[in-house]
Design a protein. Structure first.
Length: 600
């Protein structure tokens, strides 16, 4: 079968299986696996060399790790060090030790038990992150914990792979001279990648960006990933780890988003091919011969890892619900198990029948992840959205302040005007993604659902002077208005309505005035809000007019920079300072004018 015929078969299978699987609520990963089983040796048998396809498709995992690196800025990695090395290291160590003890108790030799324990302690980065991303849970608390554990596992896989041959019976390890030579090569490659990524690649990307040839920039991104991966592979280091390192080095680059957008389609297609290849490699015959044994091992592996993960997650501060989702998300075996078991066979640490059995168990365990998460959602009566499960952040109380519930475009304008006037406010937002976005522009926003009474109390609603409701969710806005009117009768509520029906519902709660959503009504609300904070009507009118004039000036002045997020963040902070200075100057002018008027 030609390459084009193979591509047509893979794409056709994906187009059929993945939408069907998602329609059934099982996610795309299980659809890819099912397609692979149908196409593989135990199905239609359309492909002979499954190993070659699996090996080629592993480049999808490499691209996945590169994009993860792009999204993980070094300072964030440093902030996550306790989770990565603490939680991740504990999980790998405890799980590997537990599985090794069970294997040794079942009759495996010590070295074989250790190798099996190490292989099965790892989870699937590709499966877990893809599943979490589809469910919108990567930024949730359990998603961040899962990512930290998976990141440590990817780093730990390298010394594991290097360690297995040392336990072998018939391995002639390198002499000391070769060992030192290899170590020097590894250090040199790491240094080259770090220095090149930090000093050289940015200049190359900047030069290519000036050409405005989109496909060449894309080609450079792919070349960079492939080149770094091949360099790492040449000295015996995981290609995936090399790609991850390259991504981390470019995480602070101004071209980060462009690279991510260009490589994302290739990553998704190759990951799909990887999942199909994993499905093709499943030894269905072994499952037919010993179904009870296989299923018992799959249940034991998933249940054992889930129990350890649940306990560690709970002990690390996660709620029971989040710890449960963490346990279900990464309780499967991982793709690195295939590599470790392959090395163990070559080193005579593990025999072929045991390896085939464990590879089947790992593959089937991967298929359990979307099923378990879907079942958990059904039992919990939820659709997979986890922002609501994330505990609200602790909000410092401040008497006489304004609470802004919902920090989208409407809430941000209100916040900018209040900040420029020196009026303290507390911003609350229920979207993790929006919080991450606005924080890049110098805004401090607290996570939480303002339609919950306990959060309004935590935000100091009993002492606040005003509550601005600018949430996108209609039901949450109405619920928050009712709670505020019922529990904080002295709190003035300023509500934004998305449409006429929303306005009617808010008016039914007893609100005398409701602003419908436009830029001008937002400014009008800000004017009335300033008056409620003790600003005279004339000064409030002047301040809002000044803000509008300044805002329109900035809008037109920086039109050519709006695609550069880093520059726009700097401009946002600078313009906020300029606006504060303008307002302070206005106040000073008024103060100076009053004595002169009195003298006249």
């Amino acid at each position: 079968m030609s390459v084009l015929h193979q591509a047509a078969v893979f794409l056709g299978a994906a187009v059929i299986a993945v939408p069907l699987s998602k329609r059934l609520g099982l996610g795309s990963v299980l659809g890819y696996l099912a397609a692979g089983i149908v196409l593989g040796p135990w199905g239609l048998a359309l492909f002979e060399d499954v190993e070659a396809i699996l090996h080629a498709s592993e480049f999808g995992v490499v691209l996945l790790l590169f994009i993860i690196g792009l999204e993980l800025q070094p300072r964030r990695l440093w902030v996550m060090r306790k989770q990565v090395f603490g939680l991740g290291g504990t999980q790998v160590g405890v799980t590997a030790a537990a599985i090794a003890l069970v294997g040794y108790g079942l009759g495996l030799e010590l070295n074989a038990a250790i190798a099996v324990g190490l292989a099965l302690s790892l989870s699937s980065t590709a499966f877990a992150l893809q599943t979490l991303a589809e469910r919108g849970e990567v930024s949730a608390r359990h998603g961040r914990s899962a990512f930290a554990i998976l990141l440590f596992q990817d780093m730990a896989a390298i010394p594991m792979i290097a360690m297995i041959p040392l336990m072998g019976i018939a391995t002639g390890g390198p002499d000391d001279g070769d060992g030192w030579s290899h170590a020097i090569k590894v250090v040199a490659v790491f240094a080259g990648v770090i220095l090149g990524g930090h000093y050289l690649l940015r200049h190359v990307l900047r030069a290519l960006a000036k050409l405005h040839i989109h496909e060449i920039f894309t080609a450079m991104g792919l070349f960079m990933v492939i080149g770094t991966s091949l360099l790492m592979d040449a000295v015996g280091i995981s290609m995936a780890l090399g790609a991850f390192l390259a991504g981390v080095l470019l995480a602070d680059s101004e071209y980060r988003h462009e690279l991510e957008a260009n490589i994302e389609p290739f990553k998704n297609l190759l990951l799909g091919l990887f999942f199909i290849a994993v499905g093709m490699s499943v030894n269905v015959g072994l499952l037919v011969d010993s179904p009870l044994t296989i299923l018992a091992l799959v249940v034991a592996l998933v249940a054992g890892k889930a129990a350890i993960l649940f306990f560690l997650g709970w002990r690390s501060g996660l709620s029971i619900t989040c710890a449960q989702k963490l346990a279900l998300s990464i309780s499967q075996g991982g793709e690195f198990a295939f590599v470790i078991l392959g090395v163990a066979i070559t080193a005579n640490v593990v025999d072929r029948p045991l390896s085939d059995l464990l590879i089947l168990v790992v593959t089937l365990s991967m298929a359990t992840t979307p099923l378990l998460l879907a079942l958990n959602d059904r039992l919990a009566g939820k659709g997979g959205k986890t922002d609501s499960e994330r505990p609200a952040e602790e909000i410092p109380e401040a008497a006489g302040h304004v609470i802004i519930a919902g920090f989208g475009r409407f809430g941000q304008i209100i916040g900018r005007i209040l900040r420029a006037k020196g009026i303290h406010f507390t911003a609350i937002e229920n979207s993790s993604e929006r919080i991450d976005f606005v924080s890049r522009f110098g805004n401090k926003v607290y996570y939480g659902d303002a339609s919950r009474l306990e959060l309004l109390r935590a935000a100091g609603a009993h002492e606040a002077t005003a509550l601005v409701l600018a949430m996108d969710d209609v039901e949450a806005t109405v619920r928050a208005a009712e709670l505020a009117k019922r529990n904080f009768p002295n709190l003035r509520v300023f509500a934004r309505a998305r449409d006429r029906q929303h306005a009617y519902r808010l008016m039914d709660t007893g609100l005398p005035v409701v602003w419908r959503e436009t830029y001008l009504t937002c400014l009008d609300m800000a004017r009335v809000l300033l008056c409620s904070q003790g600003v005279s009507p004339a000064d409030a009118e002047r301040d809002v007019a000044r803000f509008r004039e300044h805002d329109e000036h900035v809008l037109y002045e920086h039109q050519d920079m709006h695609k550069d997020e880093e520059k726009m963040a700097q401009i946002a902070m600078k313009t906020a300072e300029e606006l504060e200075a303008l307002f302070e100057r206005d106040i000073e002018d008024v103060r100076q004018a009053r004595p002169q008027a009195n003298e006249g």
